[in-house]
Ligand binder design. Structure first.
Ligand code: MN
Length: 248
């Protein structure tokens, strides 16, 4: 393996408003420009969009610079994976047809250079959050998705945008709960009891983390791009958590 693998999540494009989102999108494209020469695979691990719903013939406006950049990278031979997040699970074939991205619905286990990775956005895993786990079943239900698709975009996207305004809350920084209480670390340790993994990489938590798990495995949380511009890179032997354009 001569090139790097990059992981990022939780861009939440669209939130909190057009101007802020555009500034973030520009930063993300600068990041992609900076990494593309060294990148063999790119894992976009959920909540890339603050809201996405794909109708049969209609997709949400905006985010065109990111989409153009991803299309160009994919055309240049970089493999790109798009994980469904809790904000953007309603994808169909648009990302695959237009940007060559492979859509991942739940977890993806990969092996690269002898290292085993467990990858997932992170929503609905570990103890607690029963209300969301129930909601997730409804949101992911094909019949419910079909029913929503019957609502005209003017109304459907209006409802959704009002809804995702809740995610303004999301721009505040999350607080570390301690290694024994971080639920994705608890979840990862449960998986480790069944099988060997070197790395667990999740998003969703909105807090960049690099925690040691049992048996020397690690849990890396990708953070988010409202406050941190954090991402992970695997260079073939090491996995590191980095910050793009870090303010000094
Ligand atoms: Mn998120």
């Amino acid at each position: 393996m001569t090139k790097n693998i990059y992981f990022a999540s939780d861009f939440h494009l669209g939130a909190p408003d057009h101007l802020e989102s555009r500034k973030r999108e520009d930063r993300i494209v600068r990041w992609l420009n900076a990494i593309e020469d060294s990148c063999s695979e790119l894992f976009l691990m959920g909540d890339i969009f603050d809201f996405w719903f794909e109708y049969k013939k209609v997709v949400p406006k905006g985010f065109i610079r990111l989409q153009g950049k991803l299309a160009a990278m994919s055309d240049a031979g970089i493999r790109i994976y798009f994980f469904k997040g809790n904000h953007d699970m309603w994808v169909n074939d648009y990302f695959t047809l237009e940007m060559g991205m492979q859509v991942v619905s739940d977890e993806l286990v990969i092996e690269r250079n002898g290292k085993r990775f467990f990858l997932h956005h992170g929503d609905g895993l570990g103890p607690g959050d029963e209300k969301y786990k129930l909601l997730r079943k409804v949101f992911r239900n094909p019949v419910c998705q079909w029913l929503f698709s019957l609502v005209p975009p003017r109304i459907g996207l209006g409802i959704a945008n009002g809804w995702s305004m809740n995610s303004k809350r999301k721009s505040k920084k999350e607080v570390f709960m301690g290694a024994d209480r971080e639920w994705l670390a608890i979840y990862a340790n449960e998986r480790l009891a069944e099988s060997h993994y070197d790395y667990f990489i999740f998003g969703h938590r909105h807090l960049p983390l690099d925690l040691e798990l049992s048996g020397g495995a690690r849990y890396v949380n990708l953070g988010e791009w409202m406050n941190y511009s954090s991402y992970a890179v695997f260079d073939g032997s090491n996995l590191t958590l980095n910050y793009f354009e870090e303010l000094s």
